[in-house]
Design a protein around this ligand. Structure first.
Ligand SMILES: [Zn+2]
Length: 333
């Protein structure tokens, strides 16, 4: 050794040394040798713990960063069970609590060793936890049927109903998601219009903010209201249709029966219908919550913008001229 030292000038060292971030040793690693791994995870956690992160963000950090640190070590050594448990504990605490404090209060504190399926929904429990306990009656048969993944559970609980006739008026590839969502909610009458809010027992003004004339409900806001009527008549006229429609139901059944196929005209009609509903709902909310308003011409131009965005986006074949002429014939024009 002395000779080698003299020739090479190297200084003798002692194991373990760190090589590529992991300890290099001639013997089996002791628990203490894994401290750098635990410390590097802890140092990441201490940086993250001062940030306000959602559960999804924490989960992503655990998956992307912490697991890759642990995986790197796993490639060189067989990690002892105790080290794996320690890492899992750190990840668990960070996920539930956002820091390195004990996460027991998330579950064990509430359950206090009781079985979830047997425990009583006492007043000491939080509102949300009592709600969860109430759902046990519904959850039990589903989980008992063997549905364990989210996908299977969704299949079990979703309402299986036949497609409604107006399905294709709202759900078509060229529609803009936010328009189809609001239009769909209007179709199934789930938007919080004043009549529905009053039925829920919440006091509100009640009259339509677009005309200040009558109680606001779905049929009025999107069909009977003078502004809604003007927008509907004008968008139909822009597409060469001059038709008298007597009610919301009439409008839906006429559109469901005649707006069929994928022609340019049909796509424009459907887009304009979704956009009209969206713009009316948006205008209603602006007037209520922001106190500002637009006139019918401005609303119409907003509808045209929505249709235009899609036409300019190139999703529709503008040379689809033959189809549009055919559809005009189908509609009786
Ligand atoms: Zn009105």
């Amino acid at each position: 050794m002395e000779l080698i030292q003299q020739i090479t000038g190297f200084q003798p060292g002692t194991l373990p040394v760190r090589y590529l971030g992991v300890p290099l040793t001639s013997r089996k690693l002791s628990m203490k040798d894994y401290d750098p791994l635990i410390d590097s995870i802890k140092s990441k956690l201490s940086i993250w713990s001062c940030k306000y992160l959602s559960y999804a963000e924490r989960l992503e950090l655990i998956r992307a960063v912490l697991f890759s640190i642990a995986n790197y070590w796993c490639r060189q050594f067989l990690l002892p069970h105790s080290v794996i448990s320690k890492i899992e504990q750190l990840c668990c605490r960070f996920f539930w609590k956002g820091n390195d404090k004990s996460a027991t209060s998330a579950r064990a504190y509430v359950l206090k060793g009781k079985e979830l399926w047997q425990m009583e929904a006492g007043p000491s429990l939080s509102w949300s936890f009592r709600k969860i306990l109430k759902l046990r009656i519904e959850a039990h048969p589903i989980l008992h049927n063997g549905a364990l993944s989210v996908r299977q559970i969704w299949k079990e609980i979703r309402m299986k109903e036949d497609k409604v006739p107006w399905h294709s008026l709202i759900w078509f590839p060229q529609n803009i998601p936010k328009l189809s969502l609001i239009a769909w909610m209007a179709m199934i009458d789930r938007l919080p219009t004043c009549d529905r809010i009053q039925r829920m027992g919440i006091v509100s003004i009640g009259s339509c903010v677009l005309c200040n004339d009558t109680l606001e409900n779905r049929n009025h806001l999107f069909f009977e209201c003078p502004i809604a009527t003007q927008l509907r008549v004008q968008t139909l006229l822009l597409n060469g249709i001059n038709k008298t429609i007597s009610s919301w139901e009439d409008m839906i059944s006429w559109a469901s029966c005649t707006w069929k196929g994928k022609s340019l005209l049909i796509t424009i009609l459907k887009l304009a219908w979704s956009a009209t509903i969206y713009v009316l709902w948006e205008e209603r909310n602006r007037r209520i919550f922001k106190g500002c308003s637009r006139n019918t011409a401005e609303l119409l131009s907003s509808i045209k913008d929505y249709v235009g965005i899609k036409l300019r986006g190139g999703n529709i074949n503008r040379l689809d001229y033959v189809n549009s002429i055919q559809s005009l014939h189908c509609l009786g024009y």
